[in-house]
Design a protein around this ligand. Structure first.
Ligand SMILES: [Fe+2]
Length: 313
């Protein structure tokens, strides 16, 4: 078996005493037999959901190989690619997740799990830069340290699908700085451009932030090689990430996209939904900026005003 034969005592104990299955499988004399034998063994999976998924996965992978008559060299290249991707993957650089993202897999998982038909705020990808290591902010506070970019003020209400305000809803939000980087990517000493707050009794929330900017997904590794092979760019349109959660309601993971971004309709990870595009209002009113707490009120700010609607559980 490739990869060696050593095992830990823990696993040896788990496998100790297992016997061949109570049926015999034909020896391999054609491609079909490889597939039917594999399906026969996979079909022994005790858990029903896992059995369904493993069986379907086997069918699709085997069909991919036979339909395209995958060559031995292509197979070796694919395995080397996956090994390289796995070896490079860390919590700060989730290369494997990005490979799946640029094939639209996370977007598809989100789409098949998003029931249409009501006015609830649509969900989209979580993305790789969420962390529990964030800062608690009060209404009106800034989630971004001073000097990080163009000012933005975010305000709205969290409502149920009938328009009633939801108090005490948790809003967890994060965004890039003005260079297109998340704090996780430059090992910030304290969380920056991310924060957590609760809605008030009227369901309202408001906080200061900065205007997010479009950014490239990291392209100096396997993901970049794939994108180049497909003649694709590696950009994501600017966005503000939000997770909104309240007792008795379905949690929503979403992103708001300022309109006018040139990458909006060719997002490299297919996350943009029309209902999530927001118009930012330009406010050149230094008195208002000052009242809202901006340190350099003469710079003005952009206003992102949007309610978030949650579906009852
Ligand atoms: Fe993002």
């Amino acid at each position: 078996m490739p990869g060696g034969t050593s095992s830990t005592p823990q696993y040896e104990a788990l496998y100790n005493g297992l016997e061949p299955p109570p049926f015999k499988m034909p020896f391999i004399d054609s491609p079909d037999v490889v597939t039917s034998n594999t399906l026969r063994l996979v079909g022994e999976t005790p858990d029903a959901r896992k059995r369904l998924l493993f069986t379907s996965l086997t069918r699709h992978i085997h069909e991919f190989v036979t339909e395209n008559k995958l060559t031995v060299q292509e197979w070796r290249d694919a395995v080397a690619f996956l090994n390289r991707t796995g070896n490079m993957s860390t919590p700060d650089r989730p290369e494997m997740e990005l490979v799946l993202d640029i094939f639209g897999v996370e977007a598809l998982v989100d789409a098949v799990n998003s029931p249409p038909g009501d006015n609830a705020t649509e969900s989209t990808l979580l993305g790789p830069f969420y962390t529990h290591n964030t800062q608690d902010v009060s209404h009106g506070d800034s989630i971004a340290s001073e000097g990080k970019g163009e000012y933005m003020y975010v305000e709205g209400r969290v409502l149920d699908t009938e328009g009633k305000p939801i108090s005490n809803a948790l809003i967890d939000t994060w965004e890039t700085d003005d260079t297109g980087h998340y704090d996780l990517q430059y090992a910030a000493e304290v969380p920056d451009c991310r924060g957590r707050l609760f809605t008030d009794n009227e369901g309202k929330f408001n906080f200061r932030a900065i205007v997010p900017v479009a950014y490239p997904v990291l392209a100096d590794g396997p993901v970049g090689d794939l994108l180049l092979a497909m003649n694709r760019h590696n950009m994501r349109p600017a966005h503000l990430h939000l997770i909104v959660d309240a007792l008795g309601y379905e949690k929503v993971m979403t992103q708001f996209y300022p309109s006018g971004d040139k990458w909006l309709d060719s997002d490299s990870v297919f996350a943009v939904k029309k209902s999530l595009i927001v118009d930012l209002e330009t406010v050149n009113d230094s008195e208002r900026a000052k009242a809202l707490g901006f340190k350099n009120p003469d710079k003005g700010f952009k206003l992102l005003k949007r309610d978030i609607v949650l579906r009852r559980k």
